[in-house]
Design a protein around this ligand. Structure first.
Ligand code: ATP
Ligand code: MG
Length: 183
């Protein structure tokens, strides 16, 4: 599975529709301070279902929507789409036959979030399900941010276990069991 494109519209500083192609397995995003590099990572976290404004470096969830600049008015909604190459079928259980998997999240200022899987409306859960056990997800170890290495080194055994369970692919089944028990 490989992330091959990130599409943003109205998300933080990306007010105009922007398509970021990721042409190889190793891509670096460089640019001056404040140009929007970290906003790209926030977008990736957000589309996978991140629901904490703090983890997206904002005060409220509406802070992900472009809020205007000296020359542009704020916009009313934003969307982010991740396009994965899935030709090897490594992603998504029932979706494994799709050569391409596109997941999209859209939100308007009234706070309503909508999720889409290959352009069909789906639940947040359908998105999180796809990534459980892959190491990718809004809070997963696939995204190594500032301070994370020292957090890992200082983590308590039970916190470390969460990472190990995700790497071993167990977290998916634990989540299913938790859901069943809560029903
Ligand atoms: P650094 O090199 O300092 O880490 P960076 O390239 O990671 O910088 P970001 O943090 O991604 O920069 O981008 C910050 C910019 O995004 C700021 O100019 C900020 O005003 C802008 N920004 C963040 N949220 C919004 C929003 N909702 N609407 C408009 N602009 C926003
Ligand atoms: Mg940054």
């Amino acid at each position: 599975m490989r992330l091959k494109k990130i599409k943003l519209a109205g998300f933080k500083s990306f007010v105009d529709p922007t398509s970021l192609p990721l042409p190889s397995n190793r891509v670096a995003i460089v640019g001056p301070n404040g140009c929007g590099k970290s906003n790209v990572i926030d977008a990736v976290r957000w589309v996978m279902g991140e629901s904490s404004a703090k983890h997206l470096r904002g005060d409220s969830m509406a802070d992900v929507i472009f809020n205007g600049s000296t020359s542009r008015k704020p916009v009313g909604q934003c969307s982010v789409e991740l396009v994965f190459d899935n030709s090897e079928g490594s992603l998504g259980g029932q979706y494994a036959t799709y050569n391409e998997i596109a997941i999209k999240r859209q939100v308007s200022r009234d706070g309503q979030s909508h999720y889409f899987l290959n352009n069909a409306r789906c639940r947040r859960r359908d998105i999180t399900d796809i990534f459980l056990g892959t190491g990718l997800g809004p809070r997963s170890y696939a995204i190594i941010e500032q301070g994370m290495i020292s957090r890992l080194i200082e983590a308590k055994p039970e916190e470390l276990r969460v990472f190990l369970e995700e790497a071993a692919g167990i977290s998916k089944y634990k989540e299913r069991r938790r859901e069943t028990e809560n029903r």
